[in-house]
Design a protein around this ligand. Structure first.
Ligand code: ATP
Length: 212
């Protein structure tokens, strides 16, 4: 199966008798060209799913694959790119440098920075260091960095959480375009505007997928 696939995934945190199970037998897939929204209450395990999909962690049981292979801890971002909840930007570097970081270790073709800056309204602060920008601006920089290599799989954790209505529309439009261009896009979100552009909605409750 190409795209993103989680099969029978269980996962937890802690060690020994203190280990707490968070995900229970989770299976989901996101096909190339599809945008899937992952909804669920706080603590239901959405971020854990995103981290496993990104290869930040390996599941206790089950498999995670991107185009049929485990994503690995240092995946090429043309294969799987991530927008973490806390953005993961390098605050001492400039906006453009942050957006282009994935291109330094990938042979993939980059989307021009100016196009991403235009689509995500980065222009007014594109010349600044990330540490000199607002949280909402940083979030859009992280989205641009996720899009820069037109990845096979794009995983985003609450990517509109710091946006006003107008900018949230820019973000969701950019994600919908990425899916139309062939990326498999998984978005963890509570935002109705994300649901509105999703091809499918999955619900996670207490670490289990309810439907989809
Ligand atoms: N590093 C960790 N160590 C121990 N427990 C953790 C850790 N990370 C998450 N958890 C627990 O795992 C569960 C799922 O957390 P997760 O962050 O995946 O949920 P979420 O659905 O993304 O929540 P939110 O919507 O609040 O961001 C929660 O009960 C959380 O307390």
């Amino acid at each position: 199966m190409s795209g993103l696939e989680l099969r029978g995934v269980s996962h937890g945190y802690g060690a020994g008798s203190r280990r707490v199970s968070v995900l229970h037998d989770v299976s989901l897939c996101v096909a190339p060209g599809e945008l899937v929204a992952l909804l669920g209450p706080s603590g239901s395990g959405k971020t854990t799913v995103c981290h496993l999909a990104a290869g930040f962690e390996e599941p206790d049981a089950g498999t995670v694959t991107v185009d049929g292979r485990p994503p690995g801890p240092a995946a090429d971002w043309s294969l799987v790119a991530v927008v973490p909840q806390q953005h993961g930007l390098v605050v001492g570097l400039g906006v453009e440098e942050n957006v282009l970081l994935p291109t330094y270790r990938s042979a993939g073709t980059a989307v021009p920075f100016d196009r991403l800056a235009d689509e995500l309204d980065l222009g007014a602060f594109a010349h600044r260091r990330v540490g000199e920008t607002s949280l909402g601006e940083q979030q859009r920089v992280a989205v641009a960095r996720g899009l820069v290599l037109a990845p096979r799989v794009l995983v985003l954790d609450e990517p509109t959480g710091h946006q006003d209505d107008e900018r949230a529309e820019l973000v969701t439009a950019a994600l919908a375009r990425a899916a139309r261009a062939g990326s498999a896009v998984l978005v963890s979100s509570h935002d109705a505007r994300v649901r509105a552009v999703a091809d499918r909605v999955l619900r996670l409750e207490e670490g289990r997928i309810l439907d989809g």
